[in-house]
Design a protein around this ligand. Structure first.
Ligand SMILES: Cc1cc2nc3c(=O)[nH]c(=O)nc-3n(C[C@H](O)[C@H](O)[C@H](O)COP(=O)(O)O)c2cc1C
Length: 330
């Protein structure tokens, strides 16, 4: 039934704007090679002006493009609207040889939705159908979509799934919340289960899958083809490694063990990131800024997490941030 570039029960690192650029994917792909798949964050399809192939490749990341192994396990994500130049942009992406295109239908940003893009399209199925048809006609590779369960409510959920499947989308990632829920509450996996039953194409479960136990549980309870991890991947970039080692005996994972693993892996994580960012030519201040932005959830499991996180966030120099990392281990 499927022609996907990743196998059943894969762990996918979610697209995240401001995070998953080429350098980040290279670093994490090297440090934690157990991740089965990655995605670029979204490329916003322009409504006016020229579309330059160079800009599309830059969005993917020039150096990431040279890494063929990583390329095979990365999708290119776009975000578009009825007025944007979807057909033209997708044709160029196709001609550039990208093998997997993912359409972002979950972005809740007010600005994006005001331009009738992202999750807004879940409320306008006529416009959505036109866009899906255009992409399917212009793109020869694997075409997937990433949705929420609806815009204001879930009333269209099954119709959206059917539309996507009927028009040739090959797999659907579902962030199990409506757009209006933003990130409130806890994602309701019942939608994943419902979609698995309703569709003949693979469903990828997403939303509040934080731990190895959660991954095991969502596979058991909802039977998605694969899962995609966003904030949990940002919190625990080695989550795929843990899953690989402990999926059959997750009860062995004590808090103490996980905290020790965290201290060790954090060192590797930031070391590989710094290496990539330096090759990209990023200045130290920018590297520090990015490190801080990656630190939002990473210290949550420390007993005195507010103090620990505060120490990292107050670092005035990259050296200080790295000193704090070394101090975690001693
Ligand atoms: C910082 C950040 C940036 C994001 N950027 C994107 C994006 O570019 N494209 C996209 O489809 N989803 C984006 N998302 C949504 C995630 O991919 C994911 O669907 C969402 O966070 C729910 O999964 P989670 O509970 O595992 O975090 C972003 C999420 C975060 C936290």
């Amino acid at each position: 039934m499927e022609n996907l570039p990743f196998k059943k029960h894969s762990l996918l690192f979610a697209p995240m704007e401001g995070v998953t650029d080429g350098a980040y994917r290279l670093a994490v792909g090297r440090a934690f090679s157990e991740w089965d798949y990655f995605s670029t964050d979204f490329f916003r399809v322009p409504s006016v002006g020229n579309i330059y192939p160079e800009a599309l490749n830059n969005h993917y990341g020039k150096r990431a493009l040279e890494n063929k192994k990583l390329y095979q396990k990365t999708s290119y994500q776009i975000l578009t609207s009825a007025r944007a130049q979807t057909k033209e942009t997708v044709s160029i992406i196709n001609d550039l040889g990208y093998h997997h295109l993912d359409l972002n239908l979950g972005c809740p940003s007010k600005k994006v939705n005001a331009h009738h893009g992202g999750a807004f399209l879940l409320s306008d199925l006529d416009a959505l159908r036109v866009i899906i048809k255009e992409i399917r006609e212009s793109f020869k590779g694997v075409f997937t979509a990433k949705i929420r369960v609806g815009y204001k409510d879930d009333l269209n959920f099954l119709n959206i799934l059917k539309l996507l499947e009927d028009e040739g989308v090959e797999a659907i990632t579902i962030h199990a919340r409506t757009r209006d829920q933003l990130y409130q509450g806890i994602a309701d996996w019942k939608y994943i289960k419902q979609a698995v039953k309703a569709c003949n194409i693979p469903i990828i479960g997403n939303g509040d899958i934080w731990t190895v136990e959660d991954i095991v549980r969502i596979f058991d309870e909802c039977d998605p083809y694969a899962v995609m991890l966003g904030r949990s991947a940002l919190k625990t970039p080695w989550l795929a490694t843990l899953f690989d080692q402990f999926k059959d005996n997750s009860h062995f994972l004590s808090e103490e063990f996980l905290l020790e693993e965290r201290k060790q892996h954090l060192d590797t994580y930031f070391y590989e990131l710094e290496k990539e960012f330096r090759i990209e030519g990023l200045k130290e201040e920018i590297i520090l800024k990015r490190f801080k932005s990656f630190s939002r959830y990473i210290f949550d499991d420390f007993p005195d997490f507010e103090t620990v996180r505060g120490r990292f966030l107050r670092s005035e120099k990259l050296e200080h941030f790295k000193d704090h990392l070394s101090n975690l281990i001693v």
